[in-house]
Design a protein. Sequence first.
Length: 287
Amino acid sequence: MSVVAQADQVNTRSSALLAARARLNVVRMLEATPAGHVGGALSCIDAVAVLYSDFLNVAPDRIDDPIRDRFLLSAGHKALAQYAVLAEQGFFDKAILDTYGLANTALGGHPDMHKLPGIEGNTGALGHGLGLGVGMALGLRETDAHVYVVMGDGELAEGSNWEGAAMAAHYGVDNLTALVDVNGMQISGTTAEVMNMEQIGAKFEAFGWNVTEIGGHDHEVLHRVLSEEPKPGVPTAIILRTIKGCGISEIAGTVGSHYWKPNAEQLAVARTEIEEAIAVLESAEEK
Ligand SMILES: Cc1ncc(C[n+]2csc(CCOP(=O)(O)OP(=O)(O)O)c2C)c(N)n1
Ligand SMILES: [Mg+2]
């Protein structure tokens, strides 16, 4: 396992701006229905933004291309992150964000591939995305397509993950990358209290994966690690050390961010905070 401490000089402004705008989309969805799995969405949203911005070989006009890369949100309750990024990348009309949580919406609490373009699997029952991803990667192994699976650290308590981990290594599936969002918390407490799965990197390594551990909000490091060629015949795991609720000060680092029900004032404060972050990034982008 390698721990990346320092990033190369890469231009990561665009993905940082995408992530910031996606965070604002999360607030916009909460303005439609002020309740959702916000904390876990905001801990993985930087990685999701980097993937869609610079790595996933998929686009709104090619969502059915058989050789597209696949993105699976195994921890499906983090759906706000994927909705927010897909909207920003043009997979669906942003006006749909305003239907979040309403009757018959395409944006429910968990992603639905039959309702929303760009969703590759119906997830939300934890522990299934990795097995699904292994199967997809096996099917695509003679092509250039790569499969990315975003998982949660609490999710790792499901035994099915480890069947997937074993199978990926056994079959030498190297077109598969699992990104584990390790925010140290799950639904009802810290992962240390509820079900301690540490050392997570060492566990994947013991299953035969190539593991790198990084800060999950650092766009430069995310770019660098995702740019690395996979080891031939070995699946890749990227352990993301993250902060639950990152980007909204009031809830950052709290267990309560898991399912946040903000009032109008809290939402307004969050909107202002994120708009300020976007303004800073936009002015840096202009220079
Ligand atoms: C099979 C299954 N069991 C329980 C749940 C309920 N549940 C929803 S989110 C969650 C916690 C997941 O924790 P983690 O993977 O760390 O994600 P985070 O909360 O950090 O986003 C649980 C237990 C579920 N969705 N699926
Ligand atoms: Mg977690």
